[in-house]
Design a protein. Structure first.
Length: 230
């Protein structure tokens, strides 16, 4: 995916919001694979013919197999103020997920306790009760569709823990479709998982106006299932 193919949701002097496709890293890791951050910098460098390095700061992340809205800060002041919003949990987040099985509750809040980092296999430990060095994780989900022993959920996390949505849904027995790391029966064909960051709500770091960012579902989104319907 080249910088020219970047899907821009919003761009101004302080913000750049884009849609991340599933499978793309947000920032670099030991694989050395191309990243969304590098692509976004290349996009700005080319568009504005900027000499030297381009400043662009990450203020949040999405897991590699997850698609959806990613927001970058184009100035250090914006980065500082946006990071504070994420830290203080004043940001609104909404995800769409397809899970294996159909949860019995149409809408409910989940509370769990998660480890702060992954194990040797990158799996985040979770439990219903606190354990040493665990942190509370909270989310609300609503079932918006049912078909073929799968459910479509709207999920709104209230905390920002590692792999939180994936872990909490797996903990109650309804793993995200394709998420074999957390108990799904099989991977999806493209190795993505059926989790999409569809909406992000922040306060503009300079104007203080509300900003709502939305990303359309990817064309390969696995809903409704081929064997079922709403």
């Amino acid at each position: 995916m080249e910088a020219a193919a970047l899907h821009v949701i919003l761009e101004d002097n302080h913000l750049l919001a884009v849609t991340k496709p599933a499978g793309l890293l947000v920032q670099g890791d030991r694989t050395g694979d191309v990243t969304l951050l590098a692509m976004a910098k290349a996009y700005l460098k080319q568009k504005y013919a900027k000499p030297g390095n381009v400043f662009l700061a990450l203020v949040h992340r999405l897991d590699r197999p997850v698609s959806g809205v990613v927001l970058f800060a184009r100035t250090s002041k914006a980065a500082s103020r946006l990071s504070r919003q994420f830290r203080e949990r004043t940001v609104g987040k909404r995800y769409q997920a397809v899970v294996e099985g159909i949860p019995p509750a149409r809408s409910t809040e989940l509370v769990a306790h998660l480890a702060g980092s992954g194990d040797a296999h990158g799996v985040t430990r979770a439990a219903h009760e606190p354990f040493p060095d665990s942190r509370e994780a909270r989310l609300v989900y609503t079932v918006t569709g049912r078909a073929a022993n799968q459910a479509l959920l709207t999920v709104e996390p209230m905390t920002g823990r590692r792999h939180q949505i994936r872990v909490q849904l797996a903990l109650i027995g309804y793993p995200v479709l394709g998420d074999v790391k957390y108990g799904a029966v099989r991977p999806l064909n493209d190795r993505s998982i059926a989790l999409h960051a569809s909406r992000l709500e922040v306060t503009h770091p300079i104007s203080a106006e509300p900003v709502t960012l939305e990303a359309l579902l990817p064309p390969e989104w696995p809903w409704p299932p081929a064997t079922g319907s709403f």
